[in-house]
Design a protein around this ligand. Structure first.
Ligand SMILES: *Cc1c(COP(=O)(O)O)cnc(C)c1O
Length: 396
């Protein structure tokens, strides 16, 4: 594997040089005013990126999975019922975590490639007149299938059903790359991690709590120690943590949020949309289709590409690594062997995307798929040569 090539896995993502340097710092006293100059700007930056002005935000030294655990353990009680759809590996794993916590899961099975079944959720919530469902789980962007779901629409459906369940949202592969409106969508807990849109190494779980979710945490009884938002809040009040923070990563996060906000969130989202459109144009030029079943579900951070019947899509990932030193994402769970994934989020430019598309073409031609070399590249070029959105971040 080359260390020069960009990665096209949908996280962890490429790390800009300036962020790597920001993470590499001498030891400081993490219970000192110096740490406060990292902690508070990092928290403020994250809130701006996820458009959260109300409630509280916490950053744990963990991966995104720790964020899931923070969301559940601080809001729910043993035996509570949650409503969730299984439409990919990440929604599947969050459901599995609920079950390990002894929660009851009202699971709606959805074909992988489809989005959250908002209308079905609304019906289920309307029928739940006893209010047994305490939380609705939503994976905003299913990284396994490249499907983005309508979280704002889900909130409207919950309100239309007059249901008071908490809305817990996994935004790990969307926040910082696609629009996420914590306040306006009425999100109660938002979960993300450092290693996707924030362009950092793995190691931080970032979690936003609404006022309603904070209120739930005052009375809920699932046990938590490491994940306690009360302990974390008390730590922050003293410019510290209840334990040792990942100071270098926090410093990198502070810079990452400055870079995203400096580029302008709308420009960041437009850049992701354009790069994604190029990848999809290439996909169609190859005679293939995204796993996402309709255009409204197309993710701007990852495209899962269906390969022809009888072909093992994982061979593409293996050959790309061996022969060309380039990393693509493999198919997971229900779509293992049926799709390969091109991650296109974080620190990425049109030119970098073209290198991934060109390499994927070589690999597929090598493996005997009927790919015309240059066809996908040309299709993407047509998209990118008209694009002129800010490339400032990429230039850094
Ligand atoms: C990456 C990812 C996660 C978190 O995974 P970790 O490896 O624990 O950081 C969760 N949900 C989605 C949708 C993801 O893409």
């Amino acid at each position: 594997m080359s260390f020069q090539n960009p990665v096209f896995i949908p996280g962890p993502t490429n790390i800009p040089e300036v962020i790597r340097k920001a993470c590499d710092m001498p030891t400081i006293d993490h219970r000192s005013p110096l740490f406060a100059t990292i902690l508070h700007p990092a928290l403020d930056g994250v809130r701006a990126v996820m458009k959260q002005t109300k409630g509280e935000t916490f950053i744990f030294p963990a991966s995104g999975t720790g964020g899931w655990e923070t969301a559940l353990s601080n809001t729910l009680n043993p035996g509570d019922t949650v409503l969730a759809a299984r439409n990919g590996m990440f929604s599947h794993k969050w459901i599995d975590m609920c079950q390990r916590f002894g929660l009851k899961v009202r699971q709606v099975d959805v074909t992988w490639g489809e989005g959250l079944p908002v209308a079905t959720f609304e019906e289920i919530l309307r029928d739940d007149t006893a209010g047994e469902i305490k939380a609705v789980l939503a994976t905003h962007n299913e990284t396994a299938t490249g499907v983005v779901s309508d979280v704002g629409g889900l909130r409207r459906a919950m309100d239309a059903a007059g249901h008071g369940a908490l809305l817990l949202v996994d935004g790990v592969s969307s926040i910082g790359s696609m629009d996420f409106q914590f306040d306006d969508w009425g999100v109660d807990v938002a979960v993300t991690g450092s290693q996707k849109g924030f362009m950092l190494p793995a190691g931080l779980a970032i979690v936003g709590f609404s006022e309603k979710a904070v209120a739930a945490s005052k009375t809920n009884s699932l046990p938590r120690t490491f994940w306690s938002i009360d302990d974390m809040r008390n730590g922050y009040a003293a410019n510290a943590y209840p334990y040792t923070p990942a100071v270098g990563l926090m410093n990198g996060l502070k810079l990452a949020t400055e870079m995203l906000l400096g580029e302008g969130l709308d420009n960041v989202f437009a850049r992701h949309a354009r790069i994604a459109e190029g990848v999809r144009a290439a996909t169609f030029a190859w005679g293939m289709k995204p796993c996402a079943v309709s255009p409204d579900l197309y993710s701007n951070t990852v495209t899962a590409i269906r390969t022809p019947e009888g072909f093992n899509a994982s061979d593409i990932v293996a050959r790309a690594a061996q022969e060309y030193g380039m990393a693509f994402g493999t198919g997971l769970g229900d779509v293992a062997g049926k799709v390969f994934r091109i991650g296109h989020l974080g620190s990425l430019t049109d030119a970098m995307a073209l290198s991934g598309i060109a390499t994927a073409e070589m690999v597929m031609a090598d493996l005997g798929l009927p790919i015309q070399l240059g066809s996908g590249v040309a299709a993407a070029q047509e998209i990118y040569r008209h694009g002129n959105t800010s490339q400032r971040m990429a230039a850094q």
